[in-house]
Design a protein around this ligand. Structure first.
Ligand code: ZN
Length: 205
């Protein structure tokens, strides 16, 4: 293994000192597709269905949450009225306290370290994958999809006690019907669907 690495280094050194044109590193950067740096294109979503990714690594628990605007505030049009803007701001504040939405056993001793919540909008509606499948009859003609996006960092004193997560989320947001959960731990990855009528995720231990 070390031998291979040595010979690799040696050959690249030889290449570098050999005569002839050598591409400057900048050329590779310029060749990177511009789309990689663009604003995030919202994936097609089903109203009523949110997604929650959870990664547990030692005492650190990272979560990323997405939910359609329809689930959280009941609309996805661009908010202009004071009432709609207030609803969005209130939702962002509520989503900033994830332990009130995704409740963890007290014994696990999980605390929120950092939270970042934003409303993502998609204006370019023509790019929508399943435009025809989506019922937008009751939305304005310039309808666009929106999603609330939360990123959270928590630390847990006793991660082994994290045997389940309850979802008062469904009580807080009556339009939400389901959350698709991806759980990644040191032992592997697993997917779950947590639904309104059975709002508990059993993780086991
Ligand atoms: Zn939508």
């Amino acid at each position: 293994m070390f031998l291979e690495l040595d010979s690799l280094i040696e050959s690249s050194t030889q290449y570098g000192t050999s005569p002839g044109p050598v591409l400057p590193p900048l050329a590779f950067i310029a060749a990177t597709p511009a789309s990689a740096q663009g604003t995030r294109q919202l994936e097609a979503h089903d109203h009523g269905v949110g997604t929650l990714n959870i990664a547990i690594d030692g005492s650190t628990l990272a979560m990323e949450f997405h939910a359609p605007g329809a689930d959280i505030v009941g609309f996805e049009y661009a908010a202009t009225s004071e009432a709609d803007i207030a609803a969005i701001n209130a939702a962002i504040e509520v989503l900033g306290t994830p332990l009130d939405l995704f409740a963890m056993p007290e014994a696990a001793g999980c605390r929120l370290i950092d939270a970042a919540v934003e409303l993502e909008t998609e204006d370019d509606h023509d790019d929508h994958d399943d435009h025809d499948d989506h019922d937008h009859a009751d939305e304005a003609s310039n309808a666009s999809h929106t999603e609330f996006h939360g990123e959270y960092m928590l630390t847990c004193d006793m991660p082994s006690a994290l045997t389940q997560i309850m979802f008062p989320y469904f009580d807080v947001f009556p339009n939400a019907q389901e959350v698709e959960v991806q759980l990644v731990t040191e032992t592997g990855a697993a997917a779950f669907e947590v639904e309104r009528d059975a709002p508990t995720l059993e993780i086991g231990s």
